[in-house]
Ligand binder design. Sequence first.
Ligand code: ATP
Ligand code: MG
Length: 375
Amino acid sequence: MPDVELERREGSLTRLNGAAYRLSATADVILFRTTPGEDLDLEAIRTLHKSPERTASLIALTAPDLPLAEARRIIQAGVTDVLPWDTDADELRQHLDRWRKPKLPALYEAPQHRRGKVVTVAQARGGIGASTLAVNLADRLMDRRGLRKVARNRVVVLDLDLQFGSVSSLLDVKENEALYQMATDGTVPDATFVNHALASTPQGLWVLGAPSRFAPLEVLTAVQVGALVDALSDQFDYVVIDLPRSLVLWISAVLERTDRLMLVTDCTVPSVRQSRRLLDLYLENNPALHVEVVMSQEHKPLVRGSHHREAAKLLERPFTHWLPFDPRAVRKASDRGLPLSAAAGSSPLSKSIAALGRDTLAALMRNEPAHARRH
Ligand SMILES: Nc1ncnc2c1ncn2[C@@H]1O[C@H](COP(=O)(O)OP(=O)(O)OP(=O)(O)O)[C@@H](O)[C@H]1O
Ligand SMILES: [Mg+2]
């Protein structure tokens, strides 16, 4: 048969054991010969039939004079069809298309819908570079490759800094009133809401920006914000969230859904102390939260000073990510409403964020499946 690849294996289904299991996850059809009264084979059929990875239809070839009761036992164990082993090739060919569309095993449940990963950016003090990081990290998480720079991931930035959000202006997209509506009408967002609210950049990054009007932060609820993050992570591979600096109750809904939190700080004593306070608060209800401390607007020192060591000790985390002070690059990017990769790709800051993006992608891929949340 021209469009059929055939692989032969010697031995009974039971003796093939692991090999049969692997085959059932790759082949379309497994034809196997079985003898009446082979209880072990029935057991093997049941196991294969229930395997969630199974793609193959199981077809039993048996003695032509197999009693009906035996055929029923085999079918009940989970085979799609029972045929006499002297069936000729023409007849097999006729059945093949039907068998190739395997029925799902009875106990099979569709795998749970995999949600995109959530990366949240928080700041130890105002103006530390959190929004700059959120936007440019999101840009790097798109993981563009090849000559044509095709993005491998769909990424959205959600600006939850409702009152002072700067994501829309950093990326030169129109401000959006959806979050204002959410705050004032009590709307619980769903996929349709989100689709209306999204804007995109020419580079293919998606944005759900803060409103142009002053929206009261505290009136949003954890249910609304949780639904918003869920709706976005249903549609995107990565959701990057820019948090407001003020501590509002609904932040818990974001933290619960966060796979990686980037706490942006510098090494000054007030910022480190504030970072410690924030960490205590974030971790109190989410002890498993993964936090990365990002030192912003500071060059990575060749030799760590004692204040670096003190700070790392206080935060109980090594400082692995340093974003250099690079006013030229940020100016070039923000003046043109472009991510650093497009406006100042070879600048030190752009390169540091690229490295942070690569580390984040690698770490989040290692973390599969997504953290235990919601389901
Ligand atoms: N690495 C950097 N080097 C130099 N300037 C920077 C750097 N990162 C950010 N800036 C500048 O610092 C200012 C604040 O940056 P940004 O808005 O990203 O910080 P933020 O922590 O989000 O501030 P806010 O408290 O307003 O939300 C901006 O003018 C930005 O251009
Ligand atoms: Mg900001």
